[in-house]
Ligand binder design. Sequence first.
Ligand code: PAF
Length: 289
Amino acid sequence: MSRSAEFIVTASIPEVRQAVATARVNGCTIGCVPTMGALHAGHMSLVEECRKRTDYVVATIFVNPSQFAPQEDLTKYPRPLERDLQLCREAGVNLVFVPEVPALYPPGFQSWVTVEEVTKPLEGLFRATHFRGVATIVLKLFNIVQPDVLCFGAKDYQQQTMIRRMVRDLDLPVEIVVCPTVREPDGLAMSSRNVYLSSQERASALALSRALQLGQDRLEAGERDLSRLVAEMRSVLTVHPKITVDYVSLSDPDTLIELTEPQAEMVALIAARVGPTRLIDNRVLRISM
Ligand code: PAF
């Protein structure tokens, strides 16, 4: 089957189902890249990977209200829709699903997906209902699009861990593909929220990737005391007056339980507020045991 060249933009669930069904009848495999828009090179790397793996690519653009707490940035979240659609068209996306809130959360909505242990630490301690909102919307998008492949970015490490858990636990017939974090040349992880940073904050934000690099460097130099290592990484951040650290953690890559002893593979996770903007980053750290 040769890939489809069509480009559809729709807010309609039945239209998505119809287009995907037609693509399937034509022999296409279906890929899906869920996003909240404000697309950047990180999102486009997901689209590229999805296009390599499937014949018909659906991107979804939906700023999902249920994953924002009341004090968070739902209303000011960037929504450059025309630009996003242009990027999708140029990247060879076949269908962009841009639903309105009432279509996905109809009056009386009360059904939620909760993935338990893996959502409790880290982000779960700071954003109590965030992962319930993400799991619910991802399951809904899965049910609407019914893709063979769903692509997510590694920057949201706890999110992709939770989604892989949900897919296993609920027997969802889909392959989850996690693509590497895309970084600016100076190391800053790409994020739709980077547009909030002033130039001074943008410079301070580099401390996140530097702290992660320090973690790897110290392990390579033989450091094995994890609490000392976390303290050193933290100090790379706290030296900046504009940064407030939410957490620096060395955790098990699958369970996300915080480690007290080193192991061959660990994930270092950071969340910090740079001025008013909350950023996250992570890096898998490896040592030979
Ligand atoms: O990673 C995101 O952009 C969002 O959490 C997602 C997966 C699109 C769900 O709204």
